[in-house]
Design a protein around this ligand. Sequence first.
Ligand SMILES: [Zn+2]
Length: 266
Amino acid sequence: MKRICILTLTSLLLVACATSPTGRRQLMLVSEQQAISASKVAYAQTLKPLTEEGKVDNDPALKKRVTAITERLVAQAVKMRPATAKWDWSIKVIDEPDVVNAWCMAGGKMAIYTGLIEKLHATDDEIAQVMGHEIAHALANHQAEQMSVALATSVGVAAVGVASDRPGLTVPAAAAAAALAISLPNSRTAETEADRIGIELAAKAGYDPRAAVTLWEKMAKLGGRNPPQFLSTHPSPANRLQTLKQLVPQMLPYYENKAPRPVFKL
Ligand SMILES: [Zn+2]
């Protein structure tokens, strides 16, 4: 049985490469649509205990502030990748003052934790950079890529084993992989893509690209013995700060609403 699973997995790996929306070769054991469906289940499972503990959207003013920022970002995301207009975009503010984290699942379900806003004393521009970066991961199909990595590991062997007598993934296995997709570290390549796309989304939405630099500086300062959860899922590509600083002059015209430059299309 085990050998069959491994053989199945190997053959899946051999045929499962695809080109990402950014033009890069990705390992794809699941389609984007499968990632979106599985994320819906994972999202409900993630939100349920938090809702029961009374930790969701407690502060109307903060909710309004974060919603205003993400609505502007989503408008730009849809311009960059029109297919995402039909995504079910939404944002929840999770009341966890010790958790420095944020995410956007495949399909547009987003969350930001109060710890990120409070501990970083994040400005609107910096929140826009965080959420722009998260939205960028979703736009570039990184969750399906992450799920594929999860499925190619122990979760995957189990999932393929369970699913071997019928095509497709079981819902629980797919949901587990989708939940893992936002808790596993992204590859450094994916991080670089998300930085590049995120700063552009934010600039076009009217948020200062220089805040990308201050955001990551603040995040790094929070490091040390108890690094923020966000840093464990977003490993720093080499020279992240330097690369972002180099992008700022290209992004400023968008922010300042000057003559548009060639658009980075997905
Ligand atoms: Zn990231």
